[in-house]
Design a protein around this ligand. Structure first.
Ligand SMILES: Cc1cc2nc3c(=O)[nH]c(=O)nc-3n(C[C@H](O)[C@H](O)[C@H](O)COP(=O)(O)OP(=O)(O)OC[C@H]3O[C@@H](n4cnc5c(N)ncnc54)[C@H](O)[C@@H]3O)c2cc1C
Length: 423
């Protein structure tokens, strides 16, 4: 008979990985972590890959190597398709895995608000594949503009629309602005990359609504200084292969990027678990679900709203703290102690705009400009996983900062076949 409790964790993101690490020294459990990808991805720096500032390997680390020293954990790469909560079995594409405790930490994916047909024209930013695809589209637009003799084509190629004025949209728009004004300015002969038009389109009345009005106004001015036109109260009504429509207005643009909405990964939520409108599983104060005390949901996949009327936001610190909390809840169970309630410690908000500006709200304090950017930099380096990654990111950033260059400006496509016939 197996006397160790079988803990199955689905998802090796911030929540899953921290739950697993929280059980590092607990010999009464055996952990199986399942993720469809072989790597843990530091999503807050994904826009840097999309904007050619960093290479994928600098912000992603194999989950297996992160857990190689943890003898009570094994890692399976695979996709979980469903869960049988009564039989306590997880069904993955490689077979079934039984559990005593289950943590679902599958994160979120993009939501096109019922317009999934927009996705091919406006990719979102969630995975390394999407980041390199965005990088390909943005850099290719400058290449096409450079070789086209047609002014109309050049104008369309040099028009970029980012939909969604949250932190990701702001980061993307700011980075395109900076890249066109500084990084690429010396590299082209037929076009003036500084003339690129960048639109940030937001349906709400202001960008970065999680910050105060004054701070979001400051971010807007910083973006405008980088040549970004910010359109608020503007709801996109159509996206196609040649641009976007906002009511009766049309912007002809070769590159449209989506940063407007997310919904929870839904495989398990199709079953009997209670969910909110974004598909997030509504959790109990101890992050368990409904009457299943042995099933936890954490991170972006969870909807936790016990200490305020608004659910906790889908950000890394929430996922990280919830992952650690689930590990503690399991240990308490094993010790025969009562479970606590999850309490989120909000350490503040950060958003960066271009190469050396940011806004930060920490407690009652607001920071902006260069100092806020330093805070942003230190926090991101601190939380980035793996010593090697931290080292290379610091070197890349220092180089980009002083030279205005971006080291990862490679256009790589989806082509996988051999190029041309062999001798
Ligand atoms: C571009 C971008 C920028 C961001 N910037 C910030 C920021 O600056 N600050 C901040 O705090 N937060 C930021 N966030 C949000 C933050 O990254 C998320 O809140 C956090 O990653 C959530 O952690 P998680 O563990 O819940 O999910 P994730 O980190 O998304 O991990 C989920 C894991 O589950 C795996 N998975 C999903 N479905 C399955 C399945 N069916 N079977 C097996 N495995 C599965 C995935 O492969 C993934 O590894 C950003 C997010 C994005 C996309």
């Amino acid at each position: 008979m197996n006397e160790r409790s079988r803990v199955v964790i689905v998802g090796g993101g911030f929540a899953g990985l921290n739950a697993c690490k929280g059980l590092r020294s607990e010999q009464r459990v055996e952990i199986t972590l399942i993720d469809r990808r072989n790597h843990h991805l530091f999503q807050p720096l994904l826009y840097q890959v999309a904007m050619a500032g960093l290479s994928p390997a600098e912000i992603a680390t194999p989950i297996r190597s992160l857990l190689s020293g943890q003898t009570n954990a094994r890692v399976f790469q695979g996709e979980v398709r469903s869960v049988d909560f009564d039989r306590r079995i997880v069904a993955a594409d490689f077979g079934e895995v039984p559990y005593d405790y289950l943590l679902l930490a599958c994160g979120a994916r993009h939501s096109y608000f019922g317009h999934n047909d927009w996705e091919p024209f406006a990719p979102g930013l969630k995975t390394i594949e999407q980041a390199t695809e965005i990088r390909r589209r943005v850099l290719s637009a400058f290449e096409e503009a450079e070789r086209s003799p047609d002014a109309g084509v050049r104008r369309r190629q040099l028009t970029f629309v980012v939909v969604g004025g949250g932190p990701t949209g702001v980061e993307l728009a700011g980075a395109i602005g900076e890249m066109s004004r500084f990084t690429l300015a010396r590299d082209f002969r037929n076009i003036d990359s500084k003339l690129a038009r960048i639109f940030l389109v937001e349906a709400g009345p202001r960008i970065l609504p999680m910050f105060s009005e004054a701070m979001s106004g400051r971010a807007m001015r910083d973006l405008e200084n980088l040549g970004v036109q910010v359109w608020t109260s503007s709801r996109v009504s159509k996206i196609d292969s040649s641009g976007v429509e906002i009511g009766s207005e049309r912007i002809e643009a070769a590159t449209v990027l989506w940063a407007a909405g997310v919904e929870a990964t839904r495989f398990a939520t199709a079953s009997e678990l209670p969910t909110d409108r974004q598909g997030r599983v509504i959790v109990n104060p101890d992050l368990s679900v409904g009457e299943y005390r042995n099933v936890f949901v954490a991170g972006d996949q969870a909807c936790f709203r016990h200490h305020s009327d608004r659910p906790l936001p889908g950000v890394a610190p929430v996922a990280l703290q919830q992952g650690r909390f689930v590990a503690q809840a399991i240990v308490r169970d094993l010790n025969g102690q009562p479970r606590a309630e999850f309490q989120y410690v909000d350490k503040g908000q950060l958003a960066t705009i271009g190469r050396s500006r940011a806004i930060a709200t920490i407690g009652r304090w607001n920071f902006r400009g260069f100092f806020a950017w330093w805070v942003w930099l230190v926090v991101h380096i601190y939380y980035l996983t793996g010593f090697r990654n931290r080292f290379f990111v610091v070197v890349s950033w220092a180089w980009s900062y002083f030279t205005f260059r971006r080291g990862a400006r490679l256009i790589v496509g989806k082509e996988w076949r051999n190029e041309g016939p062999r001798g």
